[in-house]
Design a protein around this ligand. Structure first.
Ligand code: SAM
Ligand code: DTB
Ligand code: SF4
Length: 339
């Protein structure tokens, strides 16, 4: 058997197939590491400029005091995590943060709120923020929890480009992590967002004690959305003292890299974001994630309540890897042919 045949005897979604079976995704996870990364890099190069990384800056516009019981989250009021509940930030504070993000070269500005769902009077303030941030020339994203009837439309009219709402994990594991809302509630919000023409940013968290099959189950849920999300954040659990998931056995970093590669292969056109957990990861693992097809990061020293690499550190890492921020890259698909 030729080496080509060895590489390609792995599952490939048939052209007309409607869904990715979980078994096929498990089979991708089980590939020899180098074969998996090779496949992922091939897909990546077919659909994306491999020299380019999108930079998305996060701002928590309403921190803490949340009524939900998400087992990973430092912002749930019921866990004693040291996060104090704050009121929504004033418009000018948000705009100042957005201007700084733009000055640092961010492509997208994502506003997050610790809500189960927004109240209409709060949404009005967020609409204003979206309008003004967009006017600065940044892509806009918001993550505000579940959206009710008409709320997605209001955000669309304000100019929102992306709505982030994660499925978080596989349906079979979901109940171990969250009890205050259903998987179906999340799917309903995603449908509302899709129906008004806002782009979908949807991913999940790994390292919560789920099995490999459950990681594959999360990817299957995402990849089988029709269409699949434009943006797929893959978060590695940031363990926060006081949350139920604090003390979970950390995921093997190479399994995290595999998850990125499988997301890339199953959702070829999506931006796959190497999301929370980078500060704990080290440069080599992050470099492998980029090789596996990640082409977006959260950029800025803070995620919502926990830390993220400093801007200068990230700039240095991108430079070291020969990667550039989206929009600044010349076509990096150059052939460097030895003379
Ligand atoms: N409250 C809204 C919601 O739950 O949809 C929006 C904000 S919530 C913090 C957004 C996402 O952040 C969660 O769905 C989860 O995937 C991620 N997240 C929260 N805490 C995390 C942690 N400790 N580690 C990794 N990801 C986390
Ligand atoms: C996403 O998938 N990850 C981000 C963003 N969407 C909102 C949030 C990560 C939060 C990590 C824990 C914290 O900083 O509170
Ligand atoms: Fe609240 Fe969102 Fe945190 Fe869940 S993830 S506790 S909904 S802020």
């Amino acid at each position: 058997m030729s080496s080509q045949a060895l590489v390609f005897q792995t599952p490939v979604k048939p052209v007309n197939a409607e869904t990715w079976p979980v078994d096929d995704i498990v089979a991708l996870f089980a590939l020899p590491f180098n074969d998996l990364l090779y496949r992922a890099q091939q897909v990546h190069r077919e659909y994306h400029n491999p020299g380019e990384v999108e930079l998305a800056t996060l701002l928590s516009i309403k921190t803490g005091g949340c009524s939900e019981d998400c087992g990973y989250c430092p912002q749930a009021a019921r866990y004693d995590t040291g996060v104090t509940a704050q009121k929504m930030l004033p418009l000018e504070t948000v705009l100042q943060a957005a201007r700084e993000a733009k000055a640092h070269g961010a492509n997208r500005f994502c506003m997050g709120a610790a809500w189960r769902e927004p109240k209409d009077r709060d949404l009005e303030k967020v609409e204003e923020m979206v309008r003004e941030v967009k006017a600065l020339g940044l892509e806009t994203c918001a993550t505000l929890g579940m959206l009710g009837e008409g709320q997605a439309e209001k955000l669309k009219n304000a100019g929102l480009d992306y709505y982030n709402h994660n499925l978080d994990t596989a349906p079979e594991f979901y109940g171990d992590v969250i009890s205050t809302r259903e998987y179906q509630d999340r799917l309903n919000t995603l449908e509302r967002v899709r129906n008004v023409g806002i782009k979908v940013c949807c991913g999940g968290i790994v390292g919560m004690g789920e099995s490999r099959r459950q990681r594959a189950g999360l990817i299957a849920q995402l990849a089988n959305l029709d269409p699949y999300p434009e943006s797929v954040p893959v978060n590695n659990l940031v363990q926060v003292e006081g949350t139920p998931l604090h003390g979970t056995d950390p995921l093997d970093p190479l399994e995290f890299v595999r998850t990125i590669a499988v997301a890339r292969i199953t959702m070829p056109k999506a931006r796959v974001r190497l999301s929370a957990g980078r500060r704990q990861m080290g440069e080599a693992v992050q470099a492998l994630c980029f090789l596996a097809g990640a082409n977006s990061i959260f950029y800025g020293e803070k995620l919502l309540t926990t830390g993220n690499p400093e801007v200068d550190e990230d700039r240095a890492l991108l430079e070291k890897l020969g990667l550039r921020a989206r929009g600044t890259a010349i076509d990096a698909r150059c052939d460097v042919t030895p003379s």
